[in-house]
Design a protein around this ligand. Structure first.
Ligand code: ATP
Length: 325
C-alpha cells in the first residue's frame, strides 16, 4: 500500500515548552492510524503540523506527497479535518453549515446523504447553539467528511458522545475507510483505538514510545499477570523462574507472587501440578489496561499556558487565516 502520511523527526516548541520533541511515523493508504497519549503529550500539535496549521521547527512531513505548509491550498481539497475545539457561529444551522462547507470543495459529498449517515437529517434547521454536545460532535465529523477527502484527520472523534452514538460513529468511520479513505485519529480512549485502529502510535512527552497494532500494544502495556498463592509444600524459586512465561518471583512469609506474561498462570499451575504442589488461595491479578497505559506513558504533562489553535473551525475557511505559531 502506498504511504499517504509521512512524518519524520518532527519537532515543535512553543517558546521554551517543547510540545513535540521527535515524532516519526508513516500511515498507509486505507489505514485507520491512531495517535494515542495522555493530556499534553503532543498529539494535537503533531496533527496540526500534519494539517499544515502549524509550522514544524524541524522535521519533514508529506501528506499525499504534498508539503502541508507550502502546498496547503491543494492539500485542503484532499484532506478533511475535525478540530478538537471547532466551534461554529451559534446561529448557523446544520443544513447551512453543511452546504457552506460543501461549497469550499471541488468534489463535495451530498450534504443530505451525509447528514442522514450521521443521524443529523432531523436537525437541518437547528442552529448550532441549540444542538446537544453529541450532535455538535457529529456535525464536526460531517464537516470533516463533506469534501470527500482522501485523508481525514479526526481529533477526539467521540468525546462527548454516549456509548451508542460512539459505536455508531465507529461504524461510520469503518464505512468511510472501506471507501479507501485514510484516517488519522487522535484519541485518549484505549477502547476506541482497540476497536477502530489498524495501528497506533503511543505518544508521550513529545516522543513516540510505542508503535504497533492495538493487539500488540495492549499485550505490551498490559504487562501480564501476577499469580499469587500459598504452596502446600516448600519449593525452590528456580522451579518457576526458569519458565519463559515468568519474569519474577517474590515471597512474603509463605505467600508467593509470580509475575509474568499473559501465559504465566497456565505455565505456573502446570509445573506446580507436575510436582504435586497445590497452589492454595490462588489469585490472578491482571493489570488494568488504563493503569498500564498510564504506567507506560508516565502520566500527563504539567499544565502550562496554552494559546488556542489557529483558524475558526474545520474546513478550508482556515486557508485564509495565516497559522499563528
Ligand atoms: P490533549 O490530549 O490534552 O489535547 P495533546 O497530546 O494533544 O493534549 P498538545 O495539545 O499538542 O497535546 O500540547 C502539547 C504541549 O504543548 C502541552 O504542554 C501544551 O500546553 C503545549 N501547547 C499546545 N499548544 C500550545 C500553544 N498554542 N501555545 C503554547 N503551548 C502550547
Amino acid at each position: 500500500m502506498p504511504t499517504v502520511i509521512e512524518v519524520r523527526h518532527l519537532h515543535k516548541a512553543y517558546g521554551a515548552d517543547v510540545a513535540v520533541d521527535d515524532v516519526s511515523f508513516s500511515v498507509e493508504q486505507g489505514e485507520i492510524f491512531g495517535v494515542l497519549g495522555p493530556n499534553g503529550a503532543g498529539k494535537t500539535t503533531t496533527v496540526e503540523c500534519v494539517e499544515g496549521l502549524r509550522t514544524p521547527d524541524r522535521g519533514e512531513i508529506r501528506v499525499l506527497g504534498l508539503d502541508p505548509r507550502r502546498e496547503r491550498a491543494e492539500l485542503t481539497q484532499r484532506l478533511g479535518v475535525q478540530l478538537q475545539d471547532g466551534r461554529l457561529p451559534d446561529r448557523l444551522t446544520v443544513g447551512e453549515a453543511l452546504r457552506l462547507y460543501a461549497s469550499f470543495y471541488r468534489r463535495p459529498a451530498d450534504p443530505l446523504a451525509l447528514a442522514d449517515a450521521l443521524g443529523l437529517s432531523g436537525e437541518q434547521r437547528t442552529p448550532y447553539a441549540a444542538l446537544s454536545g453529541g450532535r455538535q460532535q457529529r456535525l464536526s465529523i460531517a464537516l470533516a467528511l463533506i469534501g470527500s477527502p482522501e485523508v481525514a484527520v479526526l481529533d477526539e472523534l467521540t468525546t462527548g458522545l454516549d456509548p451508542q452514538a460512539r459505536r455508531d460513529t465507529w461504524d461510520l468511520i469503518r464505512q468511510v475507510r472501506a471507501r479507501g479513505v485514510t484516517i488519522l485519529l487522535v484519541t485518549h480512549f484505549m477502547a476506541e483505538a482497540e476497536r477502530l485502529c489498524d495501528r497506533v502510535a503511543l505518544i508521550d512527552r513529545g516522543r513516540v514510545v510505542a508503535l504497533d497494532t492495538p493487539a500488540a500494544l495492549a499485550e505490551r502495556v498490559q504487562g501480564g499477570q501476577t499469580v499469587r498463592f500459598r504452596p502446600s509444600v516448600p519449593f525452590e524459586d528456580a522451579l518457576l523462574t526458569g519458565l519463559p512465561e515468568v519474569t519474577g518471583l517474590t515471597r512474603q512469609g509463605d505467600a508467593v507472587a509470580v509475575t509474568g506474561t499473559g501465559g504465566a498462570l497456565a505455565a505456573v499451575t502446570a509445573v506446580l501440578a507436575r510436582h504435586g504442589i497445590v497452589a492454595e488461595r490462588l489469585r490472578v491479578e491482571q493489570a488494568d489496561l488504563e493503569d498500564a497505559f498510564v504506567a507506560l506513558t508516565g502520566g500527563p504533562r504539567p499544565a502550562s499556558a496554552r494559546a488556542p489553535a489557529p483558524g475558526p473551525g474545520p474546513g478550508p475557511a482556515r486557508d485564509s487565516a495565516p497559522a499563528s505559531d
